[in-house]
Ligand binder design. Structure first.
Ligand code: XBP
Ligand code: MG
Length: 257
């Protein structure tokens, strides 16, 4: 049985709650600045989140909700430019407001580093967003703590395809059974599990009713000694109050998962 070597983190919704009050606001700001009367409210954004990737999400929105819209330039170019503006607004928002890491994340990442585990990120979002989030919410040096940051368009097929996790495994030259992935969504679980990686889910308000078939554990959050996490479903493991490296090693050795 392989040893646990690497933790791979999804970003949006997993490392931090970036969607509702981060990306969504940046999309709306980009629409308003471009003179478009489109507005993604909290509920609509929840539906649109099923489409991973900001450019893909705008494209889907146009096809479903703005069928009479005719862009002034070629549609692909229009979406790319609109999305570039959105990325700029998102990075500015992070610098201004600092969206915190989710409960237990900093503790787990720091103890993984102390114990010599490798760290990686596998996300659909744009690389600039990853760098800004790590810098503003975690530590200015955090970018250097990750051996692989796989983001956005680096692969052809975004989550739920397994491409981004397959890419990470190739870059790190490790096997799926040497790592554990952390995700928040059904699309993310399909992606990580599709790459053969044991996956822990921490749900959030947008994803809590999704189907996490294949996940090893589904939790409300990673927990802290003073703030126990709740197990929503998953593999039978000894009682625990928060996710630590010891638990991850047990899970990883557990062949039933
Ligand atoms: C979440 C996504 C992204 C973000 C927006 O990715 O699907 O599209 O919502 O970021 P993950 P971009 O959960 O895999 O981190 O606009 O840069 O795509
Ligand atoms: Mg996510």
């Amino acid at each position: 049985m392989a040893e646990l070597q690497t933790l791979i983190f999804d970003l949006d919704g997993t490392l931090a709650e970036t969607e509702r009050d981060g990306h969504r606001l940046a999309f709306n700001q980009a629409f308003a600045t471009a003179g478009l009367n489109w507005y993604w409210d909290i509920a609509l954004y929840g539906k649109l989140l099923k489409i991973t990737g900001g450019k893909e999400r705008i494209n889907y929105y146009l096809s479903k909700y703005q069928q009479n819209f005719h862009p002034p330039i070629a549609i692909d170019k229009f979406i790319v430019e609109l999305h570039q503006a959105k990325t700029q607004y998102y990075v500015e928002l992070l610098e201004r407001e600092k969206i915190p890491l989710r409960l237990g994340m900093a503790r787990l990442i720091n103890s993984a580093r102390e114990q010599g585990l490798q760290l990686a990120i596998a996300t659909t979002t744009t690389l600039e967003n990853v760098l800004a989030l790590l810098r503003t919410s975690f530590d200015p040096r955090a970018v250097d703590w990750f051996d692989c940051i796989a983001a956005g368009d680096v692969v052809e097929h975004k989550k739920p395809a397994s491409d981004i996790y397959d890419y990470c495994l190739r870059q790190l030259q490790i096997q799926p059974d040497q790592c554990i992935a952390f995700e928040d969504s059904a699309n993310g679980v399909r992606s990580a599990v599709g790459a053969g990686i044991k996956t822990i889910v921490t749900v959030n308000e947008y994803t809590c009713n999704e189907n996490f078939t294949g996940a090893a554990l589904v939790l409300d959050h990673l927990g802290e000694p003073e703030t126990p996490c709740k197990v929503l479903s998953g593999e039978k493991v000894d009682y625990f109050t928060y996710v630590d490296i010891d638990l991850l090693q047990k899970l990883q050795r557990n062949s039933e998962v």
